[in-house]
Design a protein around this ligand. Structure first.
Ligand code: SF4
Ligand code: SF4
Length: 162
């Protein structure tokens, strides 16, 4: 996909997700906004072709958007909009929304998922966004890679907890 194609796709995805979040209430109240207490050394992964007004650093072929715990909320990266969930792609190419275990040490929504009343609309929208993203081969490959990392993190967590 060319830059223009990516621009259009992300515009559609941002507007689809809008301000919908995993909880109807502000989950930042549960944890003092832990996922936004980053530093210039911790970044949020950008999806392929995603643009940002934040400073960007390249790391092992991936691009990280750097913030110091503050941003223009309307312009936050997709990774921030969907955290702590991810549209996973399995070996057969099926997409499903899964908890992002890479953030298990940070986010209480992952470890307390059984007792939390989630906002169903968020998951429907994220699944739809995942299907839109997966139409692009670059995004689909990226989602597969991240799905592998999430599965590894989940396995490690289960071993440590078990
Ligand atoms: S760490 Fe989890 S619970 Fe806390 S603000 Fe981020 S998404 Fe919400
Ligand atoms: S870019 Fe914004 S939403 Fe994302 S971690 Fe930084 S402050 Fe939080």
């Amino acid at each position: 996909m060319d830059n223009n194609g990516y621009k259009k796709m992300y515009k559609k995805i941002y507007s689809l997700l809008g301000d919908t979040t995993p909880l109807k209430a502000d989950c930042g109240l549960l944890c003092s906004q832990r996922c936004c207490s980053g530093s210039q050394n911790i970044g949020m992964l950008l999806f392929p072709g995603e643009e940002t007004s934040l400073e960007v650093r390249e790391n092992n072929g991936r691009r990280l958007a750097l913030c110091s715990g503050k941003c223009d909320r309307a312009g936050r990266p997709l990774s921030c909009m969907i955290f702590p969930f991810f549209p996973a792609v399995d070996e057969r190419g099926k997409i499903s929304v899964v908890p992002d275990y890479r953030g298990v040490a940070l986010c209480p929504l992952i470890t307390n998922s059984e007792v939390i009343a989630f906002n169903g609309r968020f998951f429907k929208k994220l699944l739809k966004a995942g299907k839109l993203l997966a139409k692009d081969s670059g995004c689909r490959e990226f989602m597969k890679e991240i799905t592998g990392e999430i599965n590894e993190a989940k396995e490690l967590y289960s071993r440590l907890e078990g």
